[in-house]
Design a protein around this ligand. Sequence first.
Ligand SMILES: [Zn+2]
Length: 256
Amino acid sequence: MLGWLRKRRHAGAIPESLWRAMLAHYPFLASRPENELLRLKELSAQFLGSKEFHGANGLVITDGVALAIAAQAVLPVLHLGLAWYDDFVGIVVHPAEVLARRTETDETGVVHHYDEVLAGEAMERGPVMLSWADVDSAGRTAEQGYNVVIHEFIHKIDMRDGAPDGCPPLRSRAARQAWLAVMQAEYQAFREKVIIAERFGGEPPWLDSYGATSIDEFFAVACEAYFVNRQRFDVEFPALSPLLDSFFCPSAATGS
Ligand SMILES: [Zn+2]
């Protein structure tokens, strides 16, 4: 099934028909300005040339599957470059969500076993795992600000300087402190809304309540919405938009 992709090193650019079909499936990509789309296509081709896709549980990696993942994965690094993803090559794609067995030892030394349902997973200096069902439905779920590919690749960016902490690698300690001050405040506010909704039946906030788990999950969840539903994100999180711009789109943020 790997037609063009298998020959991609010789084929060069992504075939136009394949590119157009992908864009038609993901309106949040198609609606971006023409210059960004050109860059997106270029980076997607480089991404496909440098990563290895593996299908799991019977999922076949077609050109369309690989391109859909590549185009969404490169969106966060459109202005930063692919070097941000150079610590790994493998991308494992399952047909749907995966049930993962977890073991956790609590502070009293008791070991707990539990199952976790995963739409994706990112490992430090390791591969990214994705559920194709979730990747495939990203055009529809952009309305809710949901995007599994962006979520996992934000974790990869966050983990480039160690354990995920809701802050990407930044130039200085001061920049890091300034970033975390905003992120922490927004995370706490989101967390409170989720708690009120769950305990007292308040209106649940926009975005996946999973973002209330920890600050690094909040960062990943917020970035999903920032990249796939910017209009609503600006209204819901006005303090986060300029912060994320300063990292993901530095030239636009400084007005140069
Ligand atoms: Zn996560």
